[in-house]
Write a protein that binds this ligand. Sequence first.
Ligand code: OOG
Ligand code: NI
Length: 471
Amino acid sequence: MKNIFISSDDIRHDFSMAMSEMYQKEVPLYGDLIDLVKAVNTEVLSKQPEVREQLEHTGEIDRLNMERHGAIRLGTEDELSMMRRLFAVMGMHPVGYYDLAPAGVPVHSTAFRAIDSQSLNNSPFRVFTSLLRLDLITDETLKQQAADALAKRNIFTDNVVSLIELCEEQGGLRADEAKRFVQEALETFRWHDKTPVSKALYQKLLAQHGLIADVVGFKGPHINHLTPRTLDIDAVQAGMQAKGIPPKAIIEGPPKRDCPILLRQTSFKALEEAVSFENQEGGYDTGHHTARFGEIEQRGVALTPKGRVLYDQLLSQARSQLGVMPNADNAAEYYQLLEESFAAFPDNYQTLHDEGLAYFYYQAVNDTSNTSSTDSNLDADSISNKEVIELIEQGAIRLEPIVYEDFLPVSAAGIFQSNLHDEKQSSYEGHSNQQEFERGLGASVHNELELYQTMQAQSLEECLMKLNSHV
Ligand code: OOG
Ligand code: NI
């Protein structure tokens, strides 16, 4: 029977395009950033054929220009669970748990994204989604006022809720339903310059934390940035300065390397935007709010638990040697410390693989002369690591890096902070609370490491099957 439903990958693709178009209209600097990223990526692909070849082998080449992530901040558990159902329509599922309270940001978060290689290549769009932790506000009166304001708002249109329910009932959406869904879902992420709270309340919220004002003070979770993927973040950072787009002082994440790992990110400063606060006379008081910005990122290979421990250790070593938060004045020193610290992290793919530090796709090399010494009974369950390494050395198997699809809590905190003008609080006490987050979400989050492990294992299985059939 022919499937009457549109694939969720297509809905996600259409939605990400609609979102990008809306944000370019709302924040024109973001459009300039996209042009810059495109130019840099084109240059890298023409000057570094090995990068092009790698992206062709992993299938990422086609997704490069559509690749972006966004971020939103939600106020209540109900909003979070409906958001999960909304993203599920587009094949986006919660992956990972990020607790940002230790870094002084009163939220915990997950990322909604596709989870298998093919869907990711069809549309890699993902949304970093944070839930405000009102429990970390110590002022009881303010906490209550914030909770009341949040209880009054409804961030979803009635139509989008009906379409989500319809999708859940019938198992998908038809073309016209999907089209309406994209339009209706977009409404939740739109910017509103008229706020439902008084200026006085807004200012009290702001004095607690910029993020609390950004969530509680508004009608909905406006998309606060969109982030294209670049192949050379240092070139884009330099280009931003030259184009008059003021970048944040520090590129977050690991230092520049031959074999990029995880994720490096930088952003341009949030805009100061005019807003109107509702007053008791039914009119509006004018003011402004800073929340929305643009960001860029360069993605590298996903790390295994062992690699991730080493990354965290080397990063915190560099940061503690610096002694203070990295900023514009100590940027050069910070990069120097980071380079020195990360000298201990192997910088070629073969070593990263052999030492079990990163995840890779195994691909059969289409040249039978390489497989002459292999037997025809290669089996993914019983093959040893040593045998795999031998096949790689013989040229029968090629390694390609599995790109990191997720986020990094220290980097995310740096991105939040650079846009909040709030350096008062350096950390919140209070436990990381994945279970509570998942209760609000109404589902467990996927473990990202397991997803990468599965991708790697599947590729090994397919690769060995191909080699067996060659002999
Ligand atoms: C999210 C900040 C984190 C990233 O790319 O790490 C983030 C936010 O500002 O809401 O987007
Ligand atoms: Ni981001």
